[in-house]
Design a protein around this ligand. Structure first.
Ligand code: ZN
Length: 136
């Protein structure tokens, strides 16, 4: 879902998203993201609760496995990059406050959530910590 900045009323948008996506052979599900995007000065603050799951195959035994996770999201979003030699009213540059820079006219919330889930999900996919691998 794309949030078009110029359509935001009263500087805030309530967000409720759930969708599925694939990455190679893995299936990720954004079970729910409930939050809001709020304009603060020149930037926006995205905050909310994310729950997700990943369905994949165990790296060791190749059995299918699934993991669930949750995260609290709090991210500064900006459609205008404030470069390092330019300081905003907080006296901070974008690099110093970890800003997620979007297109000038819209914020693609699904793309953001996709990246977030890929970062949060474990890179080692195991059906269990004790998995002994494939039994021959
Ligand atoms: Zn396994």
């Amino acid at each position: 879902m794309k949030i078009i900045y110029s359509t935001i009323k009263n500087n805030v948008v309530e967000i409720d998203r759930s969708f599925e996506f694939e990455d190679f052979l893995d299936i990720y599900l954004v079970k729910e993201f409930k939050g809001r995007l709020e304009k603060v000065g020149k930037r926006y603050i995205l905050s909310g609760d994310l729950s997700y799951s990943l369905t994949s195959k165990c790296d060791r035994c190749l059995e299918s496995m699934a993991v669930d996770g949750e995260a609290v999201i709090s991210q500064v979003i900006s459609n205008v990059e404030i470069v390092s030699d330019e300081v905003d009213s907080d006296g901070l540059t974008d690099e110093e406050i970890d800003v997620y820079v979007t297109a000038i006219d819209h914020f693609d919330i699904d793309e953001f959530l996709r990246e977030e889930v890929l970062l949060l999900a474990p890179s080692k996919k195991l059906c269990s910590e004790e998995c002994g691998g494939i039994n021959y």
